[in-house]
Design a protein around this ligand. Structure first.
Ligand SMILES: *Cc1c(COP(=O)(O)O)cnc(C)c1O
Length: 393
């Protein structure tokens, strides 16, 4: 076949015709609050590096030390000979941090969902999923042999309707929700979900990728935020966002962990996390256990930024977290707004249909602990200037 992939070339032309073809932006240097992107210096309001850990000196030092002792690669899957003592140490400290019985670590949040959901469900089971759940949950559900049902976003009446209609026809039932929804920054109604799960004898599964390192005491997550320890069966976290490195994990029971050890396919068939990542993550978790200064700064920065944008008359939606959508509406206008912000030195990505519903295009601002007040002021001034130029405010 060689280089002539005409079946793809046609599809790529379609993307171009639809105006959705894009090139990947190129970042020169570390992912900091201010960056050089495509050769231009900009304030970065688009990373998931909530706590500024991805380039933190203490994490880098821990990574280098782990490389010195363990090398650059784990050398095997965990079930053969890639399971180093630092992987065990990481799971122990994460379980302690999360205040749960046990933790199983995966190579990413994505493959944690892909590997866990299929391992804990089977034919004859039902999975009920929030309509706005993350793509990796959708893929995980597709890999399962269980039946699926969707409930309207955070709509507890609709969830109960599905439960009433379907629950009795199945063996096990698993209710899955994101902890924090990434496009709007709203928090799942976890206490109500847990209550319904108890009433209808279901298990609960929370993907807390955007809650890990953000919500709860020193970033312990959505389960901790609602004081629901021991009441959520599977609590998934990522180590790639606020923790600043790479990886994912499930906090669960000892038996949940043991089962994933045997049937979590990414554990069996994909090489273990590299030592540098593990060393850095252990350091990050230790820092969060020592102090709340990182999460405190994240939340005070987010509050400061949100208030200032609100005062200018921007619509920041229903966010309850540092994720700050600025809703513009029209798709083309949203992308134009994002482009003009970048020209003026602020990088914030535009998000439009089909990622969010038609007519709710937005730029999504990710405030972090790494932003200084001066940077946030400069970003707000730029929003004001561009917003006025375009007649948005
Ligand atoms: C980012 C994200 C993931 C994937 O996590 P990675 O560690 O980046 O693979 C999974 N679920 C949700 C809800 C996410 O936002």
């Amino acid at each position: 076949m060689g280089s002539n992939h005409s079946f793809l070339e046609g599809k790529i032309k379609d993307l171009k015709d639809e105006g959705v073809y894009r090139k990947l932006p190129v970042l020169e240097g570390a992912n900091e609050a201010e960056i050089i992107l495509d050769g231009q210096r900009v304030i970065n309001l688009s990373s998931n590096n909530y706590l500024g850990f991805s380039n933190h000196p203490k994490l880098k030092k821990a990574a280098v030390e782990a490389v010195e002792k363990y090398g650059v690669g784990a050398g095997a899957v965990r079930t053969i000979v890639g399971n180093m003592d630092i992987h065990e140490e990481l799971e122990k400290i994460l379980a302690e941090f999360k205040r749960e019985e046990a933790v199983m670590v995966f190579q990413s949040g994505f493959n944690c969902n892909a590997g866990t959901i299929q391992a804990i469900t089977q034919k004859g089971d039902l999975i009920i999923s929030d309509e706005l759940n993350h793509a990796s949950i959708i893929d995980g559900v597709r890999l399962s042999r269980a039946d699926k049902a969707i409930f309207k976003h955070s709509d507890m009446e609709d969830l109960e309707k599905v439960l009433k209609e379907k629950r009795d026809n199945y063996n096990n039932c698993l209710i899955i929700t994101d902890g924090v929804f990434s496009m709007d920054g709203d928090i799942a109604k976890l206490p109500e979900i847990v209550e319904l799960a108890q009433k209808y004898n279901c298990m609960t599964y929370v993907d807390d990728a955007h809650g890990s390192g953000v919500l709860g005491e020193s970033g312990r997550g959505t389960v901790d935020h609602f004081h629901l320890h021991g009441k959520v069966d599977f609590s998934i976290g990522t180590l790639s966002k606020a923790i600043g490195v790479i990886g994912g994990y499930v906090a669960t029971s000892k038996s949940g962990q043991e089962w994933l050890n045997h049937r979590g396919r990414p554990i069996l068939f994909s090489t273990a996390l590299p030592p540098a990542a593990v060393g850095a993550i252990i350091q990050a978790v230790k820092m969060l256990m020592e102090t709340t200064e990182f999460t405190d700064r994240l939340w005070s920065n987010a509050k400061y930024f949100k208030e200032k944008l609100g005062k200018l008359g921007f619509d920041t939606g229903n966010s309850e977290t540092p994720i700050t959508p600025v809703i513009i509406g029209d798709e083309a206008e949203t992308m134009e707004f994002s482009r003009k912000l970048k020209e003026n030195g602020v990088f914030v990505s535009g998000i439009v249909f089909p990622t969010v519903p038609k007519g709710t295009g937005r730029v999504r601002c990710m405030v972090t602990a790494g932003h200084t007040e001066e940077m946030l002021d400069r970003a707000v001034d730029t929003f004001e200037k561009v917003g006025k130029e375009m007649g948005i405010i």
